[in-house]
Design a protein around this ligand. Structure first.
Ligand SMILES: [Zn+2]
Length: 395
């Protein structure tokens, strides 16, 4: 252990932090190699064997730095990986929350190989979120070097296998571990070129509206038909009136279906609606309104299903306090950490909704999530890892 890296009381916190940042700068290339290793194991949500390969590699790497790994087995998806570190201090753990899966199908590496160019590391999952996982590995390694081979406080790492497809099989595990934790640090990508953390995320819901009308020949019996398509069209206009951009409420009728042929009055039609809200109470309000829709044509029947399945991550005082802490650390590390509110959800939505202080967007700085140019900025890696190490130490 290098004595000058100890967190002694005889030197200012800032100079300590400068030394610690230097530690990560020296290891920038190692971090690139770690992210490369993780990205080169493809892990699409729908391929259990592939996700399990990444899970077992990571279990080994975390055990190599003193963690106790265990898997929450699932039949249809990759196993969720939990790694615990007892920590020197006792008390509630900090939870580090991420996901193993990516949106890229197996074989994507052939057209989108992991490569370095223009100061960036490109490849599937480099940004969302294999860089975030790499930060945790390297932060823990550093903390153990600074604290006589122990992490200073208990940690629980949870890397789920199904985040990109809704987290149905992992949600309960995420929530039960979060309830036992002092705070949750979410390893999702940072926002924008400046790498803002995410202190608000919209809640996300999906609804299906089905309309049943009455079929008839459009030539012989026009007046006997009750068009489900006309009814659906009118309902869609009603639904679009529920949009309130100022309050952050959006509804998008993303797909519609209906009818059989042009000479048949449609007996059935349906729409799938994406709904997003910034406040939990708006989710309940929207739910009530959608379930209360009444047919314009009394001879048509409406059937609605679905709901808000990811509550919003609201910028509560607890979330704001955690952001303040992170921005103070960033300031001492020499940069201004900004915050952002975004429309997409993450597993941080679940933990924040339980009232557990949650800070999201602590992963890599980059661009092109889920796209062919997905990449992270290499020069940003050291300070992001330093931020996570310092948050673990001081939250
Ligand atoms: Zn993600």
């Amino acid at each position: 252990m290098k004595p000058h890296l100890k967190s002694g009381s005889d030197r200012s916190a800032s100079s300590d932090l400068a030394l610690r940042l230097g530690y990560f700068k020296e290891r920038q290339e190692q971090m690139v190699q770690t992210i490369r290793q993780l990205a080169e194991i493809e892990s699409p949500s729908d391929n259990k064997a592939a996700v399990d390969r990444l899970g077992s590699l990571l279990a080994g790497r975390f055990e190599g730095v003193g963690g106790h790994a265990k898997f929450h087995r699932t039949r249809d998806f990759g196993d969720h990986l939990q790694v615990d570190f007892p920590g020197r201090s006792g008390g509630k753990p900090i939870m580090l929350l991420g996901h193993l899966d990516t949106v890229y199908p197996l074989g994507t590496l052939q057209t989108m190989p992991v490569r370095v160019g223009d100061g960036r590391l490109y490849g599937p999952g480099t940004f969302d979120m294999k860089s975030g996982i790499a930060f945790v590995l390297h932060a823990i390694e550093a903390l153990r070097e600074w604290h006589a081979d122990e992490v200073p406080r208990p940690l629980t790492i949870l890397l789920v296998s199904d985040e990109e497809i809704g987290s149905d099989s992992s949600r309960q595990i995420t929530e039960s571990l979060a309830k036992k934790s002092a705070a949750v640090l979410v390893l999702e990508p940072a926002y924008g070129a400046k790498g803002a953390v995410k202190t608000a995320r919209k809640g996300v819901g999906e609804y299906v509206l089905k309309v049943r009308g009455k079929a008839a020949h459009s030539g012989l019996d026009f007046e006997k038909g009750e068009s489900a398509i006309i009814e659906l069209a009118r309902q869609i206009l009603e639904i679009s009136k529920m949009v309130d951009l100022k309050r952050g409420i959006t509804l998008n009728v993303g797909t519609i279906q209906g009818g059989t042929r042009s000479n048949v009055i449609a007996a059935e039609a349906s729409a799938v609606i994406d709904a997003r809200v910034m406040r939990i109470k708006d989710a309940a309000m929207l739910d009530r309104k959608l379930y209360a829709l009444k047919p314009f044509n009394r001879k048509c029947k409406l059937e609605i299903s679905g709901g808000v399945n990811r509550p919003p991550l609201e910028r509560t005082p607890k979330v704001a306090a955690l952001y303040k802490k992170a921005s103070e650390i960033a300031k001492e590390l020499g940069w201004k950490l900004e915050e952002a509110a975004v429309g997409g959800g993450s597993d941080g939505n679940f933990t924040a909704a339980l009232g557990i202080p949650t800070l999201d967007g602590l992963g890599g700085v980059g661009e092109g999530a889920h796209a062919t140019h997905e990449s992270v900025t290499i020069s940003e890696l050291p300070r992001r890892a330093a931020l996570i190490a310092q948050l673990i130490e001081t939250v």
